[in-house]
Ligand binder design. Structure first.
Ligand code: PNW
Length: 469
């Protein structure tokens, strides 16, 4: 059972679906650049066309209607709206495009949730240092204010930044996402820091300038696996789990929801490692100063992206170089009984989501929660009758209802990832997360509902029937 006005959604991100990468004055983003470098993405694929939602938005809207969604989560392409990243030049065609999307949604009773930043920094800003440069917070705030001003009369749910953890680590430590930087043990912390500063500035702008009139809500979307000790009675495994939580969910949620600063466990681990390897530079995990915006309290709800679960034990601690891996010093283990769905990292544990929701309630002072992403992928042979994925959705959504009913977690919505198959970052089109199949070999990019999509639409329809009673 789900509460009244529960949000039933599905999500997408601009670079993953839109295409139109050079249409109508759009500026390039770091993902445009990254994909066109050899060897970055599976088979050197790119998002130049993707699902071509820039031209085929009508088709997306049909999918949304077919599912019966009450909410749709999309992201704005910063460089489509502001080609050089600044408000000096506004691309009116971009404004027109998102206006149409929003208006079409609202006229069919679907509420938009808009993410301002989903991995695609304007290249012009990367050229000036990107997220490593402190000035980015001011530029992001200008972009955010522009969006609140232009679309906030109709958009009431905002996500500033999607998955700062993934941006910081995959983009700047591992180098497997754009901008492809591998400055181990330093850049990711700096990027994360500036993302928190940028998020907080935008939240404060909304709070002081727009909230009273627009009456919306603003948060950032954090991703987290459910983590538990490999051996529940082993001190080291318990400590490793705590440490792992501090370096993932805690890195961003702790400053915003608990103290305004990073988890102490995280700072201590990084400092200790710096000493151990005689690192002489300044503190690698930056400090917030009185010049920074206040971070604590800058979220009107908790936006959680959940995919999978891990068991945790201490790492080997043998790395001699500065890197996040040695700071964190944990090893993640998969329970062999958890089925893998599609990509190798996605071990399915529906009850992990329930446990994580309960943990969030207890750790972050019982916030309003939206599950802003959850999903399962397909790789290899196409399966339209994806019974397994359909089953996972059903089970996972049941776990969300238990979190609400039995654990008292204040969950207000669930967004499946993703509305349709799309450009899955470094995996290109080889990994399919859609509730709709997209035929990328067909010039019309036909969308067809999977069995899992039918399952989800049935769940939503049943909910709506119960509401009417
Ligand atoms: C999320 N990982 O990213 C993103 O928000 C989506 O854009 C993406 O399509 C979706 O999850 C599925 O991957 C992630 O390596 C990227 O653990 C990578 C990981 C997790 C989430």
């Amino acid at each position: 059972m789900f509460p009244r006005d529960f949000a039933w959604g599905a999500g997408t991100a601009a670079y993953q679906i839109e295409g139109g990468s050079q249409a109508d004055l759009k500026g390039p983003s770091i993902w445009d650049t990254f994909c066109h470098e050899k060897g970055r993405v599976f088979e050197d694929q790119n998002g130049d066309v993707a699902c071509n939602s820039y031209e085929l938005w009508d088709k997306d809207l049909e999918c949304i209607h077919q599912l019966g969604l009450t909410h749709y989560r999309l992201s704005f392409s910063w460089a489509r709206l502001l080609p050089d990243g600044t408000t000096r030049h506004v691309n009116q065609k971009g404004v027109k495009y998102y206006n149409k999307v929003i208006d079409d949604l609202l006229s069919s009773n679907v509420s938009p949730m808009v993410t301002l930043y989903h991995f695609d920094l304007p290249q012009a800003l990367q050229d000036q240092g990107g997220w490593k440069s402190p000035i980015i917070a001011v530029l992001f705030d200008s972009y955010a204010k522009f969006c609140f001003q232009t679309f906030g009369d109709r958009v009431k749910l905002w996500i500033t930044i999607n998955e700062p953890y993934v941006c910081a680590k995959l983009g700047n430590e591992d180098g497997i996402h754009a901008p492809g930087i591998q400055e181990k043990g330093t850049a990711a912390y700096l990027v994360g820091h500036n993302m928190l500063r940028a998020h907080a500035m935008a939240w404060h702008s909304y709070d002081s300038v727009y909230r009273r009139e627009q009456k919306g809500e603003v948060s950032l979307a954090v991703n987290s696996d459910w983590l538990e000790p490999l051996r529940h009675d082993h001190e080291e495994d318990i400590a490793a789990t705590e440490r792992n939580r501090a370096f993932t969910l805690g890195w961003f949620a702790w400053p915003v929801f608990v103290t305004g600063d990073y988890p102490e466990i995280m700072r201590c681990a990084i400092e200790a490692q710096s000493i151990k390897v005689n690192y002489s530079g300044a503190s690698r995990l930056p400090r917030f100063t009185s010049d920074d915006p206040v971070i604590l309290g800058t979220a009107d709800f908790f936006a959680l992206n959940y995919y999978t679960s891990r068991k945790v034990k201490p790492g080997q601690g043998v790395e001699r170089n500065i890197c996040m891996k040695s700071d964190r010093n944990v090893e993640e283990v998969l329970d062999p009984s958890w089925p893998i769905c599609g990509v190798s990292w996605l071990a399915v544990m529906p009850c992990g989501l329930r446990k994580l929701l309960k943990y969030i309630k207890e750790t972050f002072n019982n916030p309003v929660v939206y599950v802003t992403e959850n999903g399962f992928s397909q790789v290899g042979m196409l399966q339209m009758e994806d019974i397994q994925r359909a089953g996972y959705y059903k089970e996972t959504i049941l776990e969300v209802s238990k979190a609400i009913q039995e654990d008292g977690v204040d969950v207000r919505g669930y967004f499946a990832w993703s509305l349709m198959d799309n450009f899955e970052w470094a995996d290109g089109f080889s990994v399919r997360f859609g509730l709709f199949h997209v035929d990328f070999s067909d010039p019309k990019l036909r969308r067809t509902m999977y069995r899992s999509g039918k399952e989800y639409s049935n769940i939503i329809a049943e909910y709506k029937r119960n509401q009417c009673k």
